[in-house]
Design a protein around this ligand. Structure first.
Ligand code: PRP
Length: 211
């Protein structure tokens, strides 16, 4: 019976509402999730499903370690973090992109000097420039990365762009597109085998609802 219990890790914040809507759409009672207060573990009654709310990178960690069977997390975190799990569906919400942005009118690729790029996503940035054979210095920033080119720390930033408002309001613009982002469904590699029936049922319902 224990084997039939399934735990889903769900990313708090930006994509949380859409993820809860998705669970509701497939017929689950999400009342605990809608009235969670400060609780971090919520039940989906009558389904033997527990939902855990966590920060994006931690969703991956919980799924990798097998304490959560499934996870809903942005492709941005998957690209930066990597890890051992199966990415089984593009959920189609939380759409945005990774972009290289610069001060309005600047040409990032002009000149021969090594450029500096500020980002919260050094791994994504490294891969992007490595694929193009461009040598850059990468500076890790914890937040409000848009500041870096404005105060002269960097020639450009690699960051998430959704509406483009943050860039626009800070005199920056997209210079190049790095990668599209959306929410993904991930699954633990062992859960797929040990709880195959239950997992396939849930994944089937989710995939059906995406059509
Ligand atoms: C992201 C990103 C930008 C902003 C872009 O930050 O870092 O600052 O969203 O959105 P826009 O194109 O719609 O203006 P987020 O809100 O995820 O918070 P963060 O600063 O903690 O990364």
């Amino acid at each position: 019976m224990e084997n039939r219990k399934v735990r889903i890790a769900l990313t708090k914040g930006r994509i949380e509402d859409k993820a809860v809507e998705l669970l509701e759409k497939i017929g689950y009672d999400v009342s605990e999730l809608r009235n969670k207060g400060r609780r971090l573990i919520l039940n989906i009654p009558n389904e033997g499903i527990e939902v855990v709310l966590a920060k994006a990178a931690d969703v991956i960690t919980y799924v990798e370690h097998g304490v959560c069977d499934l996870g809903i997390v942005g492709k941005d975190t998957i690209m930066e973090h990597g890890g051992k799990f199966y990415e089984i569906a593009d959920l189609g919400f939380g759409k945005c992109e990774f972009a290289l942005a610069v001060k309005k009118g600047a040409d990032f690729y002009e000149g021969y000097g090594v450029k500096t790029v500020a980002t919260k996503y050094p791994e994504v940035t490294r891969m992007f420039f490595e694929e193009r054979g461009i040598d850059v210095d990468i500076v890790k920033i914890e937040g409000s990365v848009e500041l870096a080119p404005l105060v002269g720390l960097a020639d450009g930033i690699v960051d998430i762009v959704e509406t483009g408002t943050t860039l626009r309001e800070n005199g920056l613009e997209v210079f190049d597109h790095v990668a599209p982002i959306s929410a993904r469904l991930i699954v633990n590699t062992v859960s797929v085998k040990l709880k195959q029936e239950r997992i396939l049922e849930i994944v089937g319902l989710i995939k059906e609802s995406l059509k």
